[in-house]
Design a protein around this ligand. Structure first.
Ligand code: PSU
Ligand code: MN
Length: 314
């Protein structure tokens, strides 16, 4: 019943798991994880195992995982086993961007949070580091669809560090980088001067700033705070290892097919990203899934190390 009471009073700040609350109170490292990748970005039943594996990975690096989701209208940071299972089941689990949070809370809905909703709720909960796969961004053929992920605008006004393998290569990567520049979102290449391409180690685009160690990221975060000003995010772009990336030729071929089918079938809006990701998994016989997972694992591990360096900073 406690959930129901909480829902009736519409809590805007996420309910913390005991473990997360305890870690925050002693300023121990915590890493926020999103749930859309689990509910809508990965095929079942593998997705539940991945969700659990990512949490274990955070712990193995000495940090506490805080998977973010909305259950029965209540936002959470840190899920128990049953809650994670519910998100992974996908049944009645909506995809919630930042703008969907208010109606979801008011209606008592259940949903997985995208980067925009996760970053927002994590920051509300006092978390500073968030690890994900690839950010949303500007879709190809933007001129027709005007489809730009809400991730970008939200990150321009949220003080959080997001570890990602760049933006999904299904997007218009140069246009997305341009938008990040316009929006004032800082980008650091992690041990690279090339912006990663999610399934690929290199998107073909350069990055202006590159760091070698988690402590350097914490230093940039501290400098952001010292400067004050607009509460923008910091992206840490961490490439998938070249040995684990998707074969670039296969990638380009299959992506062209996926985009064509998406266009033919008239798929738009929130459905575009899950459709393209799913198409790639099938058309590459699961190879894109392995590259996706390798990228996410690397980001989660690095996120935990950055959270550790950040906790040690002050
Ligand atoms: N990265 C992944 N898999 C995903 C996503 C990112 O490896 O499923 C999700 C993230 O939650 C991101 C969302 O915020 O896709 C972007 O969706 P859209 O393009 O509809 O904004
Ligand atoms: Mn979109």
């Amino acid at each position: 019943m406690s959930q129901h009471t909480a829902s009736a009073s519409l809590p805007g700040v996420p309910v913390l798991s005991e473990e997360v609350a305890e870690a925050l109170s002693r300023r121990a490292p915590v890493v926020a994880l999103e749930s859309t990748i689990i509910a809508h970005g990965l095929p079942r039943p593998r997705n539940l195992a991945v969700g659990e594996e990512l949490e274990a990975l955070v712990r193995s690096e000495g940090a506490v995982p805080a998977t973010v989701a909305v259950l029965d209208g209540v936002p959470y940071a840190g899920l128990d086993k049953a809650q994670l299972e519910r998100i992974a089941s996908g049944e009645g689990v909506r995809k919630l961007g930042h703008r969907d949070l208010a109606p979801a809370l008011a209606r008592g809905a259940t949903g997985a949070t995208t980067v925009s909703a996760t970053a927002f709720l994590a920051a509300r909960a006092g978390l500073r580091v968030f690890a994900t796969g690839g950010l949303g961004g500007v879709h190809r053929e933007w001129a027709q669809s005007q489809d730009e992920s809400a991730d970008l605008a939200l990150l321009s006004r949220t003080r959080i560090t997001v570890v990602c393998a760049g933006v999904k290569s299904i997007l218009d990567v140069p246009a997305t980088l341009q938008r990040l520049e316009t929006l004032g979102v800082g980008v650091l290449g992690y041990r690279t001067r090339r912006f990663p391409g999610f399934y690929l180690a290199d998107s073909g685009e350069p990055v202006d700033w590159s760091v070698e160690r988690p402590e350097e990221v914490a230093g940039v975060m501290a400098a952001q705070d010292a400067l004050g000003g607009p509460e923008s995010a910091l992206l840490v772009a961490n490439p998938v290892a070249e040995t684990e990336q998707l074969d670039p030729e296969l990638h380009d071929r299959v992506l062209a097919e996926a985009l064509a089918v998406c266009r033919e079938q008239g798929i738009t809006g929130q459905a575009v990203t899950p459709f393209l990701l799913g198409f790639l998994v099938r058309a590459t016989d699961g190879a894109s899934l392995e590259a996706n997972l390798a990228a996410v694992r690397g980001n989660v591990r690095l996120g935990a190390r950055i959270a550790g360096a950040w906790a040690a900073w002050a």
